[in-house]
Design a protein around this ligand. Structure first.
Ligand code: ZN
Length: 148
């Protein structure tokens, strides 16, 4: 598997762990070139989940998109990458538990917000400001007031 840091094409597996429900195997890997560590996931391809977006369009549920959003919100914050993995995992599990084959982007956003709020307030406000699409400074002030 390709190293996300230096893009070297070979890495070794340090540790493999199945999730509690046995649906996902998480592997810690080490790059053969730069020795940095990263995580990969292996999962059974399950039923397809569609996301209904704000504009009414639909798209495939994309876990990487969730991960990017969370990672961006946590940039330069003291949040361990393992914790980010955990948030992404939990959000996915929560979405897969829905009986419907469609979820709204709002539902996903809220699931992320709920978790970020407990982990890091700055990351929470960052994510909220992008996700809730604030137009007014008042919205922002209100949100910050709420978490204080
Ligand atoms: Zn590397």
């Amino acid at each position: 598997m390709k190293c996300p840091f230096c893009h070297f094409n070979d890495s070794s597996v340090l540790e493999s762990r199945d999730s509690e429900d046995g649906q996902v195997t998480r592997r810690r890997r080490e790059c053969g070139e730069c020795s940095k560590r990263f995580t990969s996931y292996e999962r059974v391809e399950g039923p397809q989940l569609l996301v209904v977006k704000k504009n009414g369009g639909r798209e495939q549920f994309d876990l990487e998109k969730v991960r990017r959003g969370v990672t961006r919100a946590c940039e330069k914050r003291p949040v361990a990458s393992d914790l980010i993995d955990e948030v992404v995992d939990q959000v996915e599990q929560e979405m897969l538990k829905k009986t419907s084959s469609e979820v709204t982007s709002r539902l996903i956003g809220n699931a992320i917000l709920r978790r970020l709020k407990k982990i890091d307030k700055v990351a929470y406000v960052r994510f909220a400001s992008v996700y809730l699409d604030f137009n007014e400074i008042d919205d922002f002030v209100q949100l910050v007031r709420d978490i204080k």
